[in-house]
Every structure is written in C-alpha cells, then in structure tokens.
Design a protein around this ligand. Structure first.
Ligand SMILES: [Zn+2]
Ligand SMILES: [Zn+2]
Length: 275
C-alpha cells in the first residue's frame, strides 16, 4: 500500500467515533517510516455555543469534552512526544470548527497547541447553524464560504481540511448536485482567503470512506471541480490529509486512490507543512 510521508490529520478514541490511542497512530506511522505526524483529534464544543437542538443536530456530542481536552488529551500528546519524539516528529494539534462569536475560545485552544485544523462541519447562516453535510444549497453556500474566510482571517488556522465538504449533498437551483456558479464563487472566496492567510488546503482521504458509507458511486469529496479550480491558483498550498479514524487508515487503499487523483489532476502538493 502507498502512504504519505507526513500526515497532519489524525484522530483517536477521545472524540468518541475513532479507535485507538494517539500512541497507536504514532507507532503505525513509525512502522511505515513516516517523517512527521500531527495529532489533531476533534476539539471540544461547549454546549453553550448553540441551542440544544443545534448541538444535537450537528452531532457535537461526538467530540471530546473540554474536560477530556484539558485533563487527558494534552497529557497524552506530551507523553507520546516524550516516548517517541526521537523516532518521528510529532505535532500537537486539534481539528475544530469556528464560530465567529466565540473567537477567544479558539485562541485559548491555539495557545495550548502547535496548530489548529479548521473543519467547517457546520456554519452560521441567517442566525442559525446549518450542517455542511446536509444543508448546503446555492442559497447558503456563500455563508459556508464566509464562515471559512472569517476563520482563516483570524490567523489561528494552519490548514482548512476538506474545504470542498460543502459539495457533500449540495443542491443547485434545480436540486441537482452540480458545481454551479454559486459553488464556484464560494470556492474562489475560500481559495483566495487561504492564499492571503497562508493556510493549506487539504485533499481529504476520508471522503472516500464517507462516500461509500452513503452508497455513492461518485466521490462526495474530494470534489474534482473544486480541485481543478484550485489548480488555476499558482500560490495555493495543497496538502494531503488522511483524516485517520483508525491507525490502519494511514496506509489504506484510499490514500493510494488519492495519490492517483492528485497525479491525474497534476496538482502541486506540498510534502510537509511548514511550522
Ligand atoms: Zn471525525
Ligand atoms: Zn478530521
């Protein structure tokens, strides 16, 4: 199986929907001869950030609690660096969403870690929180983009993971899942903000498993029209992320398929993230 030398998108059991401890991912990476690994489990989302219904609808209980972050996750990261830091370069990170009215919270997380991955799993539109997997249409896709741009403008984020997640079940004016004018406009906003803020755009390997889960013949993401557009921007920084939810994902067939996708589109992918 193929694998990538550096991966900065790695989960573990603490988010409640991945398996294995940080150590298991690090050991797997060492066994593959990888050079760098970034540990970036899903960060906490305080219940006070949204209504009870919104919290439930967006599956926020699937992420680690603040208590777990402070008392287990941070210690686990330090322990694993102490034990294996001489065998592989390990970075301490998190994957989080961004709500503009809770900026201090993300600053607090950022200050305790080496980096933050930004994932727009939900976004604010018309004062409500919409889920990126199920509620994106030509009418609100610019709000998805605005949420991403606002987050990147804070300078708190290293990478925007699966930037094309909005295409998961996107609907154009005719209810079709097509990369229309609004999707193109949203993508341009995202790509240009990433370039301005020196944020990497991630091609996400886990999109393939997610597509199979929903019995889709096409890849729901990565979405090729999005990446064809990225290619037209010479200064965009692209990175591949495994989004590993189990240690074996680091050298799965999906990584190989993504490498094929990158080759076919002739994308200029960064080998490493610069810190
Ligand atoms: Zn996850
Ligand atoms: Zn992830």
């Amino acid at each position: 199986m193929s694998f990538i030398k550096c991966n900065y998108h790695t989960h573990n059991r603490l988010c409640n929907h991945a398996t294995g401890e940080s150590k298991d991912y690090v050991l797997k990476a060492i066994s593959l001869g990888m050079e760098e690994i970034g540990l970036s489990d899903h960060g906490p989302i305080p219940t006070s950030f949204m209504s009870y219904q919104e919290y439930k609808d967006n599956l926020c209980y699937r992420f680690m609690s603040l208590d777990v972050f402070e008392h287990i996750y941070l210690k686990e990261l330090d322990d694993v660096i102490e034990e294996y830091g001489d065998k592989i370069k390990i970075y301490r990170g998190l994957e989080v969403e961004y709500l503009p009215y809770e900026k201090e919270f993300y600053e607090m997380l950022h200050n305790k870690l080496d980096y933050l991955n930004l994932g727009i799993h939900y976004f604010v539109s018309n004062g409500k929180i919409h889920n990126s997997y199920s509620h994106v249409t030509y009418e609100n896709v610019l709000d998805y983009a605005k949420n991403a741009v606002e987050a990147m403008n804070t300078g708190l984020f290293k990478t925007l993971v699966h930037p094309d997640l909005f295409m998961f079940s996107y609907e154009n004016i005719n209810g079709e899942r097509k990369f229309d004018e609004a999707a193109t406009e949203a993508s341009k906003m995202i790509i240009e903000a990433a370039i301005r803020n020196n944020v990497y755009l991630e091609i996400n390997c886990n999109g393939l498993a997610n597509s199979r889960k929903y019995d889709s013949d096409d890849w729901l993401y990565p979405y090729h029209e999005f990446w064809k557009l990225v290619k037209t921007y010479k200064d965009a920084k692209i990175i591949i992320g495994v989004d590993a939810h189990r240690p074996e994902a680091l050298d799965s067939e999906d990584v190989e398929k993504i490498l094929g996708f990158v080759k076919k589109l002739d994308l200029n992918v960064c080998h490493k993230i610069e810190f």
